[in-house]
Design a protein around this ligand. Structure first.
Ligand code: MRU
Length: 331
């Protein structure tokens, strides 16, 4: 079995990921040999983005099965992988799906891994088409975090829409928020936009308000890590602020996500576990620079939740929905 995307490669038991912590300065591929290797890569955000985290975990299980792991060992691995990043629901959805099928034998893991990988590429295409059709010509779009091919197996979610719209000649300009503290916007989205030759400007997160006041922004497009039944949406910390700014400036704010990021078992914000990360991420950068006093107390949630009421629409693979239509989407 051979599966390849921009950020992950699997070939008959060989699994490697493009180190997203090293980008854009270096393109380094890391070989993963064990479940623990993959857990380390997920926790350290070397592989990241809700869909890709789930896919990486699934491929790690496929590798383990290829190495001869028993059903019991695979079940234990699922329990470990699922705890690595608690907010992105794709990981849990995929782990639950594989766990359910394991009784059929460990060969089922490779089959499911392939299906999940290929499905994600298709879901990206569908979201991108719906989103690109919706955008006006000459669109100026603001985006947050990284939601492209580095976050999925395909062209991406919000960034996939931007890429597709650019191919259709609809994009005038993209504003990419840097996305503190780990700079997924500055490092990864800027890198992908540059590769796709899409005109963009990078802004610090705290410039979004001033930008919206001074420039015509047609819409904000962001991704999601978990979408609750009522439309409340967990995404990269800072997304909520963008949504509030959009509301104030009457700019449509869209969430772009595949159905695999929808959590029908979650009724709203209160039920979403928010991953808290190390203080060092805020006090410095990647362990290389420290700019805050050593003893500074730090608040570092990795995600925030934007209420469904602030979201103009959800661009899913099935189509575009309002928060109060999500229940209907299930049918
Ligand atoms: O911590 P990260 O980089 O994994 O967070 C990523 C995001 O919040 C993305 O917006 C989300 O996962 C959607 S990616 C298609």
């Amino acid at each position: 079995m051979k599966l390849e995307s921009l950020a992950i490669k699997y070939h008959d038991g060989e699994l490697s990921i493009l180190d997203q912590q090293a980008l854009p300065l270096e393109e380094v591929w890391i070989n993963c040999h064990t479940i623990q290797d993959m857990c380390d890569c997920i926790i350290s955000l070397k592989v990241r983005g809700a869909p890709l985290i789930g896919i990486a975990a699934v491929l790690s299980l496929a590798q383990y099965a290829f190495q001869g792991a028993s059903i019991q060992e695979l079940r234990k691995a699922i329990q470990i992988l699922v705890t690595t990043r608690p907010t992105a629901v794709n990981l849990k959805n995929y782990m639950d799906a594989i766990d359910k099928q394991l009784a059929q034998g460990n060969l089922v893991v490779a089959e499911m891994a392939k299906a999940i990988f290929l499905e994600d590429i298709e879901l990206c295409e569908k979201m991108a088409t719906h989103g690109a059709n919706m955008l006006p010509f000459e669109a100026t779009v603001l985006t947050y975090c990284n939601t492209g091919s580095l976050a999925t197996a395909g062209m991406g979610t919000a960034l996939g829409v931007i890429k597709k719209a650019h191919q259709a000649g609809k994009i005038k300009h993209v504003y990419a928020c840097e996305t503190r503290p780990l700079l997924q916007g500055a490092r990864l989205t800027a890198w992908e936009l540059e590769q796709a030759k899409i005109p963009y400007t990078l802004i610090c997160d705290n410039m979004a308000g001033s930008l919206m006041r001074s420039q015509k922004i047609d819409c904000a497009l962001v991704g999601a890590d978990r979408i609750a039944m009522n439309g409340d949406t967990a995404n990269k910390i800072g997304t909520y602020q963008v949504a509030i700014l959009c509301k104030h400036h009457q700019i449509p704010f869209y969430v772009v996500a595949p159905y695999t990021t929808f959590d029908p078992a979650c009724d709203g914000a209160k039920s979403i576990v928010i991953e808290q990360r190390a203080p060092e991420e805020v006090k410095g950068f990647m362990g290389k620079i420290n700019f805050a006093p050593q003893k500074a107390s730090v608040y570092n949630p990795s995600f925030d939740v934007t209420p469904g009421s602030l979201i103009s629409g959800f661009i899913f693979d099935k189509g575009i929905y309002k928060a109060d239509e999500l229940l209907a989407m299930l049918n």
